[in-house]
Design a protein. Structure first.
Length: 191
């Protein structure tokens, strides 16, 4: 004979309750274990990076405490030299503007040289000796100039074109030395 079960059937939700709760507990435990493992790895990596940062900081402090490389000394010396030259320099612009402003018509400045002692040498080209004399007198009377002396005069010829004819015109090349009143100062032409 067959056994007969007269008890009511157990509902499906009740039959699956225990395995579902067990699966939930197992998955929660697995996720918690994974979180703990990740946290441990993160803490290990964090300690490793902090140790590396501390090592690099110590190395950086050691390098900063050591003497500077030789190139640094050269750069510093050059920088100091440039700053010293800039401080002791003269503003030559007003002197050159003065020399060009007093220049007579049909004349030109061929070259200008200056030295630290306040001596400026002008090479000018002018059409006549009277212009050279007037120019040197005007320079002598100008404010920043203490003295102006004509050092040499040379007669040269320049070719000019008058219509279809080309002819040689006499031109004088004069070397004029100026001694400035304030040789090492930075005073301008108007001071």
């Amino acid at each position: 004979m067959r056994p007969i079960n007269l008890l009511p059937r157990v509902p499906l939700s009740r039959r699956l309750l225990k395995p579902v709760v067990a699966a939930i507990l197992m998955s929660t435990a697995a996720v918690a274990a994974g979180i703990l493992l990740l946290h441990d790895q993160y803490r290990t990596l964090s300690r490793m990076y902090e140790a590396e940062i501390a090592r690099l900081d110590a190395q950086m402090l050691e390098l900063l405490a050591s003497e500077r490389p030789p190139r640094y000394a050269d750069v510093t010396a050059y920088r100091n030299l440039v700053e010293q030259l800039e401080r002791s320099g003269r503003d030559w612009g007003p002197v050159f503007e003065l020399a060009a402003g007093l220049l007579p018509r049909a004349s030109s400045i061929a070259s200008v040289t200056a030295d630290r002692d306040g001596k400026v040498t002008l090479e000018v080209r002018m059409p006549g000796l009277a212009e050279i004399a007037a120019y040197s007198a005007a320079l002598r009377e100008a404010e920043p100039v203490a003295d102006a002396a004509v050092v040499s005069i040379r007669l040269e010829s320049s070719l000019t074109a008058d219509g279809a004819a080309v002819r040689a015109v006499p031109v004088y090349s004069a070397l004029i030395e100026l001694q400035l009143a304030h040789p090492t100062g930075t005073e301008g032409a108007g001071s």
